[in-house]
Design a protein around this ligand. Structure first.
Ligand code: NAD
Length: 500
């Protein structure tokens, strides 16, 4: 038995302090639901089967909509502070079960345990944030232009929300949406990625314990294209919030046109990481390594194109390579592991193809020996230099631990290079020159620009992209608006004579 397999001889449930958090069902109307067929879910680090999920049929998906429709009546009628109490109870349970939730996540997604614990904290923080934001969904008073009338707006829940989420952040991408929707008074139907369903189902178990009523938080599973098609075509679902690839986002947008849904789309990124000539190459290189390799590069915020001023390029590359060489790759359950596996074999093949394409088009492979990979889903960190815009590693979100560096000569050139993509999620800028900071911040066509900081996300900020990186914002003061309608009212004075 290999070292990787030995770690997993124990079943997932046996690893948990509370084995009831491991559920192999869908969750509809407060009931754990079987399907007529099932699919295995594997640990990407070992290939071991962790468990099975049901593949629901169309009637079962519709049953989730029926349940949400019935439950909506009561949930929307609760006072905001009553919904807040339930959400805070959910938050407390997420915190209390952090270790089990992190274990489930590491086993199904592969990320190292410290990162998984960090994601539980991050995911829970949105629940607390939106629990409070729900109490601040203020309408407005509008100065009237109509004689004897009072004008204003009310905020009302949009209705049932379908939430379709990816495998790279199996917990936080759900809570960032669900907490906002629930706080606004909307029931949700969550469709997690089939690769990482168990985090979503553990969330459902804890939502039930927190007193969130049946029918308000549902988790459906099935063949992704089929489930999504049903959710998009369902007229009773009023909002669709999706996080995932731009390709699938476009498809869901088309499929939702027939029912004119409210859409929030958090799609792919192709983040530039710009290093100015005034930077200490070591400081910038260490930050770039952090921005590139989190979640093994499978992160929409990952630094995908590293643009370094020519005057410090060579030293930056040296420092980057040294720092990268210190990263350890392995099973996320082991201590001292920095990079877990990629999600599946196809991701490894895609990463290899991207590296081969870059080398064939003239890039230099500085480091990255795949013979050292500790298992078939692992990909050793790669460093490429002399990357150019004709290469896949430049044009596509590589979603792998592949770093590509390009030298530039002045600010205008780097702005043009950075904006040369259909994506517009996040950009990083490293410089201490205040004029350069303002120039780049204004010129970069991105929803988020982070200057001299790798960390940029969290509940108080509006997360989202421009161009083909998406629509809408999650988190922040406006995140709850994705699930609210504005109703305008005009209150005429009864008995008044028109025009008097
Ligand atoms: P994906 O688009 O393949 O899948 C996302 C979800 O859509 C999953 O639930 C999946 O089951 C479902 N899906 C897949 N194919 C479908 C189809 N044909 N029809 C309907 N639904 C389908 O994305 P992924 O590989 O799970 O995640 C990676 C992508 O997510 C990357 O592009 C990444 O940048 C993006 N992402 C964006 C953000 C953000 O906030 N902008 C955050 C995390 C991930």
């Amino acid at each position: 038995m290999s070292a990787l397999t030995a770690i997993h001889a124990i079943t997932l449930a046996e690893r948990l302090e509370d084995p009831r958090l491991f559920r192999q069902y869908a969750y509809i109307d407060g009931k754990w639901t079987h399907g007529h067929r099932e699919e295995a879910v594997s640990n990407p680090a070992t290939g071991e089967v962790l468990g099975h999920i049901p593949l629901l049929d169309a009637n079962q998906i519709t049953a989730a909509v029926d349940a949400a429709e019935s439950a909506f009546v009561h949930w929307r009628a609760l006072r905001a502070d009553e919904r807040c109490e339930r959400l805070l109870a959910w938050y407390d349970l997420l915190q209390a079960n952090r270790e089990d939730l992190a274990t489930i996540m590491t086993l199904e997604q592969g990320k190292p345990m410290p990162d998984a614990r960090g994601e539980v904290e991050y995911g829970a923080s949105f629940v607390r944030w939106f629990a409070e934001e729900g109490k601040r969904t203020y309408g407005e008073t509008i100065p009237s232009h109509i004689p004897n009338a009072s004008l204003g707006t009310l905020k009302e829940p949009v209705g049932i929300a379908a939430l379709i989420t990816p495998w790279n952040f199996p917990l936080a991408m759900i809570t960032r949406k669900a907490a906002a929707a629930l706080a606004a008074g909307c029931p949700v139907i969550v469709k997690p990625a089939n690769e990482t369903p168990f985090s979503a189902l553990a969330l459902a178990e804890l939502a039930e314990r927190a007193g969130i009523p049946k029918g308000i938080f549902n988790v459906v599973l099935g063949e992704p294209a089929e489930v999504s098609r049903i959710l998009c075509a369902e007229p009773r679902i009023k909002a669709l919030s999706f996080t995932g690839s731009t390709r699938v986002g476009r498809l869901l947008m088309e499929q939702s046109a027939g029912t004119v849904k409210r859409l929030s789309l958090e799609l792919g990124g192709n983040a530039p990481f710009i290093v100015g000539p005034d930077m200490d190459p070591k400081e910038a290189a260490y930050a770039a390594v952090d921005a590139k390799f989190q979640t093994s590069g499978q992160d929409c915020l990952a630094a995908n194109r590293i643009l370094v001023h020519e005057s410090i390029h060579d030293e930056f590359v040296e420092q980057f390579a040294e720092r990268m060489a210190a990263l350890t790759v392995g099973n996320g359950l082991e201590s001292e592991v920095d990079l877990g596996p990629l999600i599946h074999r196809q991701a490894v093949e895609k990463a290899s193809a991207i590296v081969d394409d870059a080398i064939a088009r003239g890039a230099t492979l500085v480091a990255g020996d795949q013979r050292q990979a500790p298992g078939e889903n692992f990909f050793m960190p790669v460093l490429l230099t002399q990357v150019t815009p004709d290469m896949q590693v430049w044009r596509e979100e590589n979603f792998a631990p592949v770093a590509g560096i390009t030298a530039y000569s002045d600010d205008d050139e780097v702005i043009e290079l950075a904006n040369d993509t259909e994506y517009g999620l996040a950009a990083y800028v490293y410089t201490h020159d205040i004029r350069r900071i303002w120039k780049l911040m204004r010129a970069l066509e991105y929803g988020m620009v982070s200057v001299n900081s790798v960390k940029m996300t969290g509940p108080p900020v509006p997360f989202g992209g421009v161009k083909q990186s998406g629509l809408g914002r999650e988190g922040g003061a406006t995140g709850i608006d994705e699930y609210l309608e504005t109703k305008y009212y005009c209150l005429g004075a009864l008995g008044s004579v028109s025009g008097s």
